[in-house]
Design a binder for this molecule. Structure first.
Ligand code: ADQ
Length: 466
């Protein structure tokens, strides 16, 4: 087998711990197979166009990065990727900014990625491309003559056909997926949306009998008469790494201090990137409803909400930050007293080493996105628990993780009243039920970890075309 070449918008050194599902997951696969990871350096510079690829070795992996210029950053990254695709793919048409100039920048920067990559490619490389920033990359590479096997994995959800069709030039975008040999999604729901879209809008034909895990589609009459294999590969977490962290000094300290500090309280925890898709304001409202409906939780239930700063230059993100600060301030003002603050809102990234300790200290984990590709925090919360006395996971049915984690308490995060009732149930769940649910969740998560995910995807990518 040739080298593995991974391309994603951002590149992270796999040997350094980083907050971000993609970094952890892909780093593992590359370390094992050896290869190249190429992407944007995260820097914006004026001489970006003329600068050579920056190469850096990290263990078994060659990291290849390049800068973007200010216009590319504004239009490709902030504009099209995070101002159009991110909101629409998360069902938020209301937040999408369909500025025509963004589309061209998206197409051009994908060509830039293709040209940059061409310089380091070998004929027997296997190429694995990640996420919504780079949907057209394989088509660009094929245009430049590349014959290598290419796979694409979408980390975020794919919306239903009608919503996809709201994107200007949506057919162009979706047709580019046929340049890949394998396209992977997080959930069966995403695969169904793809299937519906390509059959309705592109006149593609399904080549598979119903009920098979991997589906084959043929684009008819499009510029590519290629077949693509489409399948759900739900991403897993690195269970071993997380367990190892849990045994470390930082995690144990985080656990002990948090438990001591909140010895008389029932602790709930939310850990997210500060993103409108994560449903944090809805969660805070549900928590307020809990205090209203079930007054016995006053002076007791405490929600620690950690939200790490994210894409702060995009307007929608500044809005949600303000909304959240207002909500938390109001709830503390209305319900708090001298020795109890109902919500502790922390706008910061928690050090990964402390994460397992914090999760373990909580009785309830609130993972309630309005829409999410997977959501790895849900899995991390379960793995961090003490199996003898585990906390309860309250999970949105709109997270990809809900297809797998059926023993969590599932909620509709838009239903504030219903979510509050479910949180109450979680806070009062008997030990035997908590143990039973935790055991089943843990078994599933451990059997479908990040290695299972990347091996499954790469096996599909390396399989001969049927
Ligand atoms: P995200 O939306 O960033 O990524 P999510 O799965 O929620 O992903 O979290 C990824 C990682 O970030 C987790 O390991 C988590 O612990 C960490 N993290 C989140 N908030 C943090 C905080 N405040 N402090 C410290 N660490 C934090 C996208 C998709 C997801 C999908 C992942 C992986 O949106 O749906 O699960 O990719 O495919």
């Amino acid at each position: 087998m040739g080298r593995l070449v991974v391309v994603s918008n951002r590149v992270a050194d796999p040997r350094k711990s980083a907050a971000g599902g993609l970094a952890v997951a892909v780093g593992q696969a590359l370390e094992a197979a050896g290869g190249v990871w190429m992407g944007w350096s995260g820097k914006v510079s004026e001489d970006a166009d003329d600068a050579p690829l920056q190469m850096q070795r990290s263990g078994n992996v060659q990291l290849a990065t390049f800068d973007l210029n200010a216009q590319q950053h504004d239009r490709f990254y902030l504009g099209y990727s995070n101002g159009v695709l991110w909101p629409v793919f998360h069902y938020r048409l209301d937040l999408a900014d369909f500025d025509a100039g963004y589309f061209e920048a998206y197409r051009d920067v994908n060509m830039l990625f293709a040209r940059r990559l061409l310089a380091v490619l070998r004929p027997d490389d296997v190429i694995w491309i990640h996420d919504y920033h780079l949907i057209p990359l394989a088509a660009k590479l094929r245009q430049l003559g590349c014959q290598q096997r290419m796979g694409f994995f979408l980390h975020i959800p794919l919306p239903p056909p009608l919503m996809l069709a709201a994107i200007p030039r949506h057919a162009w975008l979706m047709e580019r997926l046929f340049a890949y040999d394998v396209v992977g999604f997080q959930s069966q729901a995403d695969v169904q949306h793809f299937s519906g879209y390509v059959q309705q809008e592109l006149g593609a034909e399904s080549m598979t009998a119903n009920g098979q895990d991997a589906q084959q589609f043929r684009a008819l009459g499009s510029s590519f008469s290629r077949d693509v294999r489409v399948q759900a590969f739900p991403i897993g977490m690195d269970v071993e790494e997380f367990r190892h962290l849990a045994l470390g000094k930082d995690a144990r300290e985080a656990f002990t201090t948090t438990r001591e500090q909140y010895a008389r309280r029932r602790l709930l925890i939310g850990i997210d990137r500060l993103d409108y898709s994560k449903g944090i304001p809805h969660r805070i409202r549900a928590f307020r409803e809990l205090l209203l409906q079930f007054p016995e939780n006053r002076d007791s239930a405490t929600l620690i909400q950690i939200a790490s700063p994210s894409r702060e230059t995009v307007d929608a993100y500044a809005d949600i930050r303000q909304e959240l600060e207002g909500l938390c301030g109001a709830i503390n003002g209305d319900f708090g007293n001298l020795d109890w603050m109902p919500v502790r809102y922390i706008h910061r990234t928690v050090a990964r080493k402390r994460l397992p300790g914090l999760c373990r200290a909580a009785r309830v984990g609130l993972v309630t996105p309005l829409r999410d590709g997977m959501n790895l925090v849900a899995k991390e919360f379960v793995v961090a628990q003490d199996a003898q006395d585990p906390g309860v996971l309250v999970l949105s049915r709109f997270a990809g993780a809900a297809e797998q984690l059926k023993q969590a308490l599932l909620v509709n995060p838009y239903d504030i009243h219903g979510t509050a009732q479910t949180i109450q149930r979680a806070l009062h769940m008997p030990l035997a039920e908590r143990q039973e649910r935790h055991q089943q969740l843990l078994a599933h998560i451990a059997a479908h970890d990040v290695h299972w995910w990347s091996q499954g995807f790469l096996a599909a990518l390396n399989a001969p075309a049927s």
